[in-house]
Design a protein around this ligand. Sequence first.
Ligand SMILES: [Zn+2]
Length: 157
Amino acid sequence: MRIGFASDIHRLVYGRKLMLAGVDAPFSLGELAHSDGDVVYHAVAESILGALGIGDLGTHFPDSDPKTEGMNSAIIVDYVYKRMDKMGYEINNIDVSIYLEEPKLKSYKETMRSNIAKLLHTDIKNVSVKAGTNESLDAVGQRIAVKADSIVLLKQK
Ligand SMILES: [Zn+2]
């Protein structure tokens, strides 16, 4: 068994999509990022890299690389899945928390779980997605950022 954790945060700006685990959530603000800014996929991918002990997201997908410009972050999760698979591990379970004041994510949670499960080739019951606000405190609470935490447990195949 190997455990990994990661946290990601992006600034929210006008004129960008709000991408959350592959869901394009209708909202006036979206993540500012070099890629599509999917804060959930970034946290998920980096927690797995952490569990495998093979560096962080920036090592594998540098911001300076023009190839990653506007990139669909599902590609990042797929890449990390393949690394994990090659190293002989699979998901035991993964637990994600999203911190965002608006919009309410209740109606997207199942789609987010399913998107993550598919990309990681695991059963949806092994994927947890939780969402909450930061009660108007800090950058998330001030609606200038969206944050996600991911913790994952891998097991040998
Ligand atoms: Zn990110």
